[in-house]
Design a protein around this ligand. Structure first.
Ligand code: KIV
Length: 263
């Protein structure tokens, strides 16, 4: 079967069809997520919390990310595989290039970085050398200490304006995809309409082009359930059925609902 690529997501955005991304960190879940029809897998640095038991993503290293990207890609999923560049692995364009290369050589088709305007030079440099980039704005978990906790972003007009300006800038720099995390639904919908590139939301309402959730959250395995998460295992006989329920709910528009969004 043909692999999903960034062109698949571009076409889905143009057609108004919602696409689905789920985090995975190993070959078994990579295969299951592919079998239920998700278009993308994110090898997220959330693995620091859900696999390694840390209270943030900050301890995750580039070697951790390359190892789990390799595990995910060994299942040869149909999904587009995006891998996170971890904390402090992309502070300079040179470091960014060296570390993004490790993730691409582990099998990823795109790398993700948290941040806005300050990443422009690195984004252009990667894209010019053949490494597609997904940017991540809003609640960027690697900056949890700057935010003073895992807090909703973009609630004041000033913050909202700055997130929108960052989004336009990273698109102009060459990013192919954007994740918006924990921002008000109206702001995420506005950014999704204004950008040509596909936008994936998590805790950002129903107006984005696609949705992503951390796999452990949607399977009801996490000890803390944020407002934007639904436990898709409820009433389902198997893990695969739970994953399928999430994919179906995004595609038929029944997730996320008002109760999962921030205003
Ligand atoms: O690391 C991760 O899983 C992520 C998602 C929360 C989008 O970045």
């Amino acid at each position: 079967m043909a692999k999903f690529t960034i062109s698949t997501l571009d076409k889905m955005k143009a057609a108004g069809d919602k696409f689905v991304c789920i985090t995975a960190y190993d070959a078994t879940f990579s295969r299951l997520i592919s079998e239920v029809g998700a278009e993308a897998i994110l090898v997220g640095d959330s693995l620091g919390m859900v696999l390694q038991g840390h209270d943030s993503t900050i301890p995750v290293t580039i070697d951790d990310m390359a190892y789990h990207t390799d595990c995910v890609c060994r299942a040869d999923p149909q999904c587009l595989v995006i891998a996170d560049l971890p904390f402090m692995s992309y502070t300079s364009p040179q470091d960014t290039m060296v570390n993004a290369t490790k993730l691409m050589q582990a099998g990823a088709q795109m790398v993700k970085m948290e941040g806005g305007v300050w990443l422009s030079e690195s984004i252009s440099m990667l894209v010019e050398r053949g490494i597609p980039v997904c940017a991540h704005l809003g609640l960027t978990p690697q900056s949890v200490n700057t935010f003073g906790g895992f807090k909703v972003q973009g609630r004041t007009p000033k913050e909202a304006k700055s997130i929108l300006a960052d989004a336009v800038e990273i698109q102009d720099a060459g990013a192919s995809l954007l994740v918006l995390e924990c921002i008000p639904a109206h702001l995420a919908a506005d950014i999704s309409r204004k950008l040509d590139i596909p936008v994936i939301g998590i805790g950002a309402g129903a107006g984005t082009d696609g949705q992503v959730l951390v796999m452990h959250d949607l399977l009801g395995l996490s000890d803390h359930t944020p407002r934007f998460v639904q436990n898709f295992m409820e009433g389902q006989p198997t893990i695969k059925a739970g994953l399928q329920a999430f994919v179906n709910a995004v595609k038929d528009g029944s997730f996320p609902r008002e109760e999962h969004t921030y205003s």
